[in-house]
Design a protein around this ligand. Structure first.
Ligand code: TRP
Ligand code: SF4
Length: 403
């Protein structure tokens, strides 16, 4: 079938912070060693909420991509690109808009949530409502089967799956589909054909998930099938039609455990963040100024790490021995808070050192970043164009292929 592929996007919010690193980027860096990966800056997505003030999106995109590279996202392994530079996303979004019932969009939970949350903005726009559709286009245009996302984005991936199914159902049925499918079943040979029909019935009548898996495996292994017949039968099996668009799965990214300077989750909007490439003096100062257990008014007052926002940072940055030293020293007032904070400062600076170094290369040589993105845009476009050929043909717009 289609190749394994990971795709993920990030809205350009400008410089990233250590929460992004621990939550998202470390995961991307792991994935780039395991699968072909595409990572993109979702700049059109930024416009869905920021249409009234688009200045800054370009700069934010640049900063963000430099942070990806600084963190260790490797352009030799992963394709890095910018959404708005691959126009096919917009074409697919438009075509999807034709077949998407309004109710589907209105029911996406983030739609009402975000409108309420960002009540200072007028988000009763067409683009904002269509946000999940744009995200679906982002995913489906690359036939990505693995989409790493945070929990909040899961409804969007579910939406994408439903849309792919609807698309395949509507357009995956070439004329004479049933006959062609039955013909292909015969090509399996009588024994396999019988098993396939039984499994198909069990799935379609009883929704038996293990049956559909066994039938899929049977098709994968059937040497006698052409690729076209295999796709046909996958569609026949599930009652969808030929697979033109691949239903994506998601890889849930665990919520970042990275705490902010006030003990809440690290977030730019809470003003409690440390930037990925923040300079050493500023990091030191921010940590030294962090509030601690309020019970420790004087150096001689014992404290409780569980009531202190510095403690969760030790859980990220310190080894067991150091953590023991903190717990013991805090409770007995054996150590002062500045002593306690030093290993955290050291840990953060050590983590940032290679990032700062990598970033410097790119800051000194902006053409390098431009080339990486241009390269990525070109590679992404090539994949997107392939899918669009099939999509156009399926929707009766295959002019360019002369069909
Ligand atoms: N909606 C995602 C977010 O706000 C960003 C995004 C856009 C995305 N398109 C995507 C993520 C496609 C994964 C795949 O975080
Ligand atoms: Fe917090 Fe450490 Fe001070 Fe205890 S010693 S209150 S854990 S900073």
């Amino acid at each position: 079938m289609f190749a394994e592929r990971v795709l993920s996007g990030m809205r350009p919010t400008g410089s990233l912070h250590l929460g992004h690193y621990h939550g998202v980027l470390k995961n991307w860096i792991k994935l780039q060693n395991e699968y072909p990966c595409l990572f993109f800056a979702a700049d059109w997505h930024a416009l869905t909420t920021q249409y009234d003030d688009p200045r800054g999106i370009e700069q934010a995109t640049r900063e963000m991509v430099i942070d990806w590279l600084a963190a260790g996202v490797d352009p030799k392994k992963a394709t890095l690109f910018i959404q708005s530079q691959v126009l096919e996303h917009a074409e697919l979004h438009l075509l999807f808009s034709m077949l998407t019932p309004l109710g589907w969009l209105e029911r996406v939970p983030t739609y009402k949530d975000q409108q309420e949350k960002l009540s200072n903005k007028d988000l009763s726009t067409y683009g904002f409502l269509g946000y999940p559709l744009l995200m679906s286009a982002d995913i489906l245009i690359y036939r990505a089967d693995k989409v790493p996302v945070g929990e909040d984005q899961i409804p969007h991936v579910e939406f994408t799956r439903e849309l792919a199914r609807r698309f395949n159902h509507l357009y995956g049925r070439e004329p004479g589909f049933e006959e062609k499918a039955k013909e292909a079943v015969r090509k399996l040979g009588s024994r396999n054909a019988r098993s396939f029909e039984q499994l198909r019935t069990r799935f379609q009548q009883d929704g038996d998930a293990s049956a559909v898996e066994r039938a899929r495996a049977l098709l994968q292994e059937a040497q006698s099938l052409s690729q076209t017949d295999r796709e046909r039968l996958l569609g026949y099996l599930e009652g969808t039609g030929k697979t033109i668009l691949v239903e994506p799965g998601y890889l849930l990214t665990e919520a970042s455990k990275m705490p902010g300077l006030d003990g809440q989750k690290m977030s730019k909007s809470y003003n409690n963040a440390i930037a990925l490439r923040e300079d050493a003096a500023s990091v030191t100062q921010k940590i030294r100024r962090m509030p601690t257990d309020p019970a420790r008014v004087r150096r001689s007052d014992p404290g409780d790490p569980d009531k202190c926002p510095v403690w969760p940072l030790h859980q990220v940055y310190s080894d067991a021995e150091c953590r023991e030293w903190v717990r013991e020293g805090c409770r007995s007032a054996g150590i002062g808070c500045l002593d306690c904070k030093q290993p955290v400062i050291d840990g953060i600076l050590k983590e940032q050192a290679p990032m700062r170094e990598r970033a410097q290369t790119y800051l000194d040589n902006p053409a390098l970043v431009r080339d990486i993105i241009a390269d990525g845009n070109a590679r992404a476009s090539e994949l997107a164009r392939e899918t669009m050929r099939d999509v156009r043909a399926a929707m009766g717009l295959g002019y360019r292929q002369g069909s």
